[in-house]
Design a protein around this ligand. Structure first.
Ligand code: FAD
Length: 447
């Protein structure tokens, strides 16, 4: 019904008419109240991170009338995330040898900056790990969406959703403008305006704050090896070094503020990166050619992320692998799934709560969602432990005790029953310490 009315309207009005009308606030009221439908878009997507871009690409590919709103000037202005496995390449439909992949790693090293203790996950255990060329991947998804008819409006800052008759009907942006659609998608990141104004809640919301330098002019870097570091200066999180070539690396840090007091005791994040650069020969003369940052949720999927006329996707829904803070694969996966549901909703002209919830239901039963939920619980426990204990001890214990195979299985989300049995017998002290810290935390501040 809605689709038919849209076709009818589009056949008599040139594309982009709604934007024209939005610029003249007094015009549409009389006109629209006659016969023309208020919604010309089936989907309006807020945000052009990996979640929004994949939803846009896949919605447009399915013939949906898709509008994308982004507060920044272009898709490449925001950080997408870069270390991924085969899964992400498959969803992006790019080859490992293509220009969309910047590097491939043959080993990953986990190391303590304080003690030098390390573990090496080598080729025999490592699945394929790639460094994406983020800008090219973002442009690729944008261009695919554009060529299938999606419309992008940059410098469009969304302030709130439009709610009518207990359903979300679109969004307001740039103070005076609005965009209406059957389905509104909040892919606007960790501080989602769509989420906040549509009434979704985020209990136990743990956020990891991250900074990243792009460095050039480095010396003798082994391009095949990526590094993860823990240490007292790092706090609850890790520092990473991903080589792009022998002379270029991406150096970043992500940290969870377990408490204000603990956070204030720690060295500022950029200072930790600067210190690392000074103290390592490979980077001591390097030039910073790019700085970026962002915030990633790591407490797992939020309790509810769909409602009548609205769905969240990506960071806004907590769809991020909690322990490592990896969001690219999970966002692409969710965006693709949401687009198939958007198509169903458009075909049935049904954007009711029940209909949109089908997306949430399918998402929650996926393997990725299961892994996010499990790691989210673990991260929550570790953060609570750290609130009342030395924040670094949990990470240090893990690094000292775990072997490479187990670490790799946990990171890849492939750990089976035997791994967990091993964990419980071999690493009982660690589990006990974290568990006791968790109980202590709950006793003090409630679950
Ligand atoms: C430093 C750092 C390094 C990371 N590295 C990796 C990695 O190597 N591998 C990995 O898998 N993951 C990584 N991640 C995580 C990954 O980047 C995120 O999980 C992912 O980008 C989330 O995608 P998203 O589309 O949900 O949100 P975002 O990427 O946050 O995109 C949200 C978009 O919405 C826009 N927006 C926000 N508010 C509004 C508004 N009101 N109106 C209009 N537009 C709005 C923003 O400008 C932005 O473009 C990293 C994160 C950080 C911070």
């Amino acid at each position: 019904m809605f689709a038919e009315r849209r076709e009818e309207a589009l056949s008599v009005i040139h594309p982009g008419w709604d934007r024209y009308i939005e610029d003249i606030p007094s015009a549409p009221i009389i006109w629209l109240s006659i016969e023309v439908p208020m919604m010309v878009h089936e989907v309006v997507i807020v945000g052009t991170g990996p979640a929004g871009l994949m939803t846009a690409e896949q919605s447009a590919a399915r013939g949906l009338n898709t509008l994308v709103l982004e507060k920044r000037k272009r898709v490449t202005d925001s950080l997408m995330g870069e270390l991924v496995t085969d899964k992400a390449l498959k969803m992006l439909r790019v080859k490992p040898t293509s220009e969309y992949v910047g590097n491939k790693f043959t080993a990953i090293v986990g190391e303590s900056l304080d003690t030098g203790a390390n573990i090496v996950v080598d080729r025999s255990l490592l699945g394929n790990s790639y460094l994406l060329d983020e800008d090219r991947c973002q442009e690729l998804m944008r261009d695919r969406a554009l060529s299938d008819g999606a419309e992008f409006r940059f410098e469009s800052r969304v302030s709130s959703v439009i709610e009518e008759n207990n359903a979300i009907r679109g969004v307001k942006y740039n103070k005076t403008q609005s965009a209406r659609a059957g389905l509104t998608v909040g892919a606007d990141g960790s501080f989602s305006r769509v989420s906040a104004t549509a009434g979704f809640t985020h209990p136990k919301w743990l956020l990891s704050y991250g900074y990243r330098y792009k460095l050039a002019n480095c010396k003798d870097v082994d391009p095949g090896t990526a590094y993860f570091y823990v240490g007292k200066d790092v706090g609850l999180g890790y520092l990473w070094l991903y080589p792009r070539s022998e002379s270029e690396v991406n150096l970043g840090i992500g940290r969870v503020p377990s408490s204000v007091e603990n956070w204030n005791k720690l060295m500022p994040m950029r200072e930790v990166l600067n210190k690392y650069m000074r103290e390592h020969e490979e980077t001591s003369n390097a030039k910073i050619v790019g700085v970026n940052g962002g915030v990633v949720p790591c407490a797992g999927i939020i309790p509810r992320f769909s409602d009548a006329g609205v769905a969240l996707c990506g960071n806004s829904a907590g769809q991020v692998s909690s322990i490592v803070g990896g969001g690219v694969t999970t966002c692409l996966h969710a965006g693709r799934m949401l687009a198939t549901h958007a198509k169903r909703m458009a075909d049935e002209s049904d954007y009711s709560k029940k209909s949109v919830k089908e997306y949430e239901k399918e998402y929650r039963t996926s393997k990725l969602a299961y892994n996010i939920t499990q790691t989210g619980k673990g991260m929550y426990a570790v953060a609570r432990y750290s609130m009342f204990n030395d924040p670094i001890s949990a990470a240090e214990i893990v690094l000292d005790e775990l072997d490479a195979r187990t670490l790799n299985e946990l990171i890849q989300g492939t750990a089976g029953v035997s791994t967990y049995m091993n964990l419980f017998s071999n690493f009982l002290p660690m589990v006990m310490r974290i568990g006791m810290g968790y109980l202590k935390a709950i006793a003090v501040s409630g679950p």
